[in-house]
Write a new protein. Structure first.
Length: 373
């Protein structure tokens, strides 16, 4: 295991950068979303010793993937699968700080997809990589299905500004265990759909999710009951889609808001993430465009499906009053508000509780035939 340099690093220009990465990706977030405790400790130690964050993630990912290859060669498929997932998570975590222009970004993205796909091939049923044509590119996702006799309902599951689909694999396993299929997806401006397909977020984003729903409803292996679960800025998107497409039968918003641009009120330098999401070079223009994404009272009046809003009281990324405004404004008759008094952004610090609550809630609302009952 790597060890931190015992010398003081306070004067080194990279030390503040490492500290910022740790704040953005604290241990509870990384463990709750797929990294092993030992992997997080080693990633932090490598970064503290001066290894660039992305390079540290890639180094760990390669070591773990080699172990997965060895396990697979020995016929230990379960171990191989778990280690491919760990390797993918290391690459995913490593690439987060890199701008799209960094020459390491795309190769790392290919690697995280490769390792996640390798794990998916060892699942039963196998995980499928899905590409849905949209605006000259493809909306990219993973379809995970439970072993079931009847076509299961399905939940579209996505992240936000920089925490994308594979980060929510752990949450997907809770749905699978309850008889619900999952479409882990990168929408416009996110993950593979942006990095490798060139698609960015704009005002027409509901059409992108309607294309996903078209694809899922056309799959005879799935029931026609579709839910949507968005995390962070993805919570805004989930509510927007549920407001504009009546085929959404249940909507969960975790760590969301009625106005994603509020993050720029608190963290001005986050504008670089917004620029990448929108594909806009000018920061002032990107800020202005981001401010047009608002869930108005009129929009929320058409959100009528069952709704579950989950939020941490002290969340400083998206303030709880803006999550409450989303909840109060929705026209849904079946509404649940789960507030965690000590919850961090997206409730990373109560991972199991978060996932069991939402897993059971979706299974009940979508009529899953699972053993959870």
């Amino acid at each position: 295991m790597a060890e931190s340099d015992p010398r003081s690093t306070e004067g080194d220009p990279w030390a503040a950068e490492v500290a910022a990465h740790k704040r953005a990706m604290p241990m509870q977030r990384l463990i709750g979303n797929g990294l092993d405790y030992a992997d997080v400790v080693e990633l932090y130690a490598l970064a503290d010793s001066g290894v660039p964050w992305a390079d540290a993630g890639a180094r760990l990912g390669d070591e773990i993937a080699a172990s997965a290859d060895e396990s697979l060669a020995q016929g230990h498929r379960i171990t191989a699968r778990s280690n491919y997932l760990r390797a993918s998570a290391c690459y995913r975590t490593g690439q987060v700080p890199l701008p799209d222009s960094d020459p390491r970004k795309k190769p790392m993205y290919h690697k995280l997809i490769e390792f996640y796909g390798a794990a998916g091939k060892l699942s039963d049923p196998p995980v499928e990589h899905v590409e849905i044509p949209y605006r000259g590119g493809n909306l990219c996702g993973w379809l995970l299905r439970p072993a079931a006799d009847e076509p299961p309902p399905v939940v579209i599951l996505m992240g936000g500004f920089d925490g994308w689909r594979e980060e929510y694999h752990v949450g997907a396993t809770y749905l699978l265990a309850r008889g619900v299929a999952v479409f882990l997806v990168d929408g416009p401006g996110q993950g593979e759909s942006r990095i490798l397909q060139g698609l960015h977020l704009d005002s027409e984003v509901p059409a992108a999710f309607s294309a996903m729903i078209d694809h899922l409803c056309a799959d005879d292996r799935l029931a026609d009951r579709v839910g949507i679960w968005g995390n962070s800025m993805g919570g805004f998107l989930a509510a927007l889609v549920a407001s504009t497409d009546s085929r959404i039968a249940a909507c969960a918003v975790n760590g969301g808001t009625v106005r994603p641009a509020e993050i720029l009120d608190h963290f001005k330098r986050f504008v670089t993430k917004v620029q990448a999401l929108l594909g806009i070079d000018d920061p002032d223009e990107a800020t202005a465009v981001m401010n047009t994404f608002v869930l108005t009272d009129e929009t929320l009046s058409t959100l009528t499906c069952p709704l579950h809003v989950m939020h941490g009281t002290p969340d400083q990324i998206f303030l709880i009053e803006n999550a409450r405004a989303l909840f109060d404004g929705a026209a849904s008759q079946d509404k649940t508000f789960s507030e965690f008094p000590d919850g961090d952004h997206c409730i990373y610090n109560h991972s199991h509780d978060k996932h069991t609550r939402l897993g059971d809630w979706f299974a009940d609302r979508l009529g899953a035939e699972g053993e959870h009952r």
